[in-house]
Design a protein around this ligand. Structure first.
Ligand code: UFG
Length: 331
């Protein structure tokens, strides 16, 4: 039976496609290639479909008739979501609606959904557990929270079972160096820091040095993309066991690193001084996000393999050094 992976040409999607292939699963990728890379998808069928088209999405689902859908295709920049919320509602809500309608039409009952720790907003308690209030502080988080609500509604109405995976900060690259992070434009801290080490950028701007944290900069929980990919495989197993219903899990390393600590670790891994400059806060950034992943460990049997920030950075650096222009193409 086919696993349909939307956004399979993107960063987390492509690593998960590889993990599915290693499990011997049959995979079809749906991607509009607006941000994904054809070269990131090898050994599997890629159909260029824009999920914002209800008609095309339904047609694709009814032709492929997948056993399960892994839904990665989304817009995911916190800063952009504040200035252009419409893009986020179209991609993260309307496209998901089309997909769920297509799944209902094709009698597909299983979804692994890419959610995010951004749904918690500024949590009252750290580490964040799944039951904490969901008060997103940016449109990105709000659209993903709507997504989780839609999954509950489609479970009630159409019996679609789902596992939502609330990623903390995805980082790193495939250890064999063949897949990695390549966004255009790039806004994420780690790839930007590594661009400075490569000489592609002069310095890194530190967005806010007056947060109520140990060194004044934002704290995040960085989790390796391969560990995220593994969680999707375990999510599929949970759906196949009939254990799922509607579930949601945090996926993080349960350790927080400040922006300054990331910079320091990157200096060690790359051997480059990586100059940095203080800059104003970026709107929509919560001061501290660190998750508890106890539920995923206990219920899915998930165990992150890359717990150490330097080990995560080393895989990212290996990719960046060998692919200074990323995949070198889009579309
Ligand atoms: N940062 C800088 N300078 C930069 C870029 C980022 O100081 O040039 C800071 C940000 O302000 C933030 C931290 O580095 O404090 C991490 O920023 P990223 O842009 O790398 O990641 P975000 O935390 O904003 O966003 C990521 C994912 C989202 C997810 C979110 C949850 O991209 O999908 O984590 O925190 F929702």
């Amino acid at each position: 039976m086919t696993i349909l992976v939307t956004g399979g040409a993107g960063y987390i999607g492509s690593h998960t496609v590889r993990a599915l292939q290693e499990e011997g699963e049959e995979v079809v990728v749906l991607d509009d290639l607006s941000e994904g890379h054809r070269k990131a998808v090898k050994g599997t069928k890629l159909r260029k479909v824009d999920l914002k088209s209800a008609v095309r999405t339904k047609k694709a689902l009814c032709e492929i008739r997948p056993e399960a859908v892994f839904h990665f295709a989304a817009s995911c920049y916190v800063g952009e979501s504040v200035t252009d919320p419409g893009k986020y509602y179209r991609q993260n809500v309307v496209a998901l609606l089309n997909l769920l309608e297509g799944m209902a039409a094709a009698s597909c009952k299983r979804m692994v959904f890419s959610s995010t720790c951004a749904i918690y907003g500024e949590p009252k308690r750290i580490p964040i557990t799944e039951d904490l209030p969901k008060n997103p502080v940016n449109s990105y988080g709000r659209t993903k929270l709507h997504g989780e609500g839609m999954l509950a509604d489609y479970h009630r109405a159409h019996g679609i079972e789902s596992v939502s995976l609330r990623y903390f900060n995805a980082a790193g690259a495939h250890p064999d160096g063949s897949l990695g992070e390549d966004h255009e434009p790039e806004t994420h801290l780690i790839p930007l820091v590594l661009d400075v080490a490569l000489g592609k950028r002069k310095d890194i701007k530190i967005f806010g040095t007056d947060y109520p944290t140990r060194d004044g900069t934002c704290i995040r929980d960085y989790i390796h993309v391969m560990d995220l990919a593994r969680a999707h495989i375990l999510g599929l197993a949970c759906l196949r066991d009939g254990r799922a219903g509607v579930r949601a899990y945090n996926l993080g390393n349960e350790t927080g690193h400040s922006v300054l600590e990331v910079l320091e670790a990157a200096r060690k891994v790359t051997g480059h001084p990586i100059p940095a400059e203080d800059a104003p806060r970026r709107p929509g950034d919560p001061p501290k996000l660190v998750g508890s992943s106890a539920l995923a460990r206990n219920e899915l049997g998930w165990q992150p393999r890359f717990g150490d920030l330097e080990a995560i950075l080393a895989t990212a650096w290996n990719w960046h050094r060998n692919h200074p222009d990323g995949y070198g193409e889009t579309g």
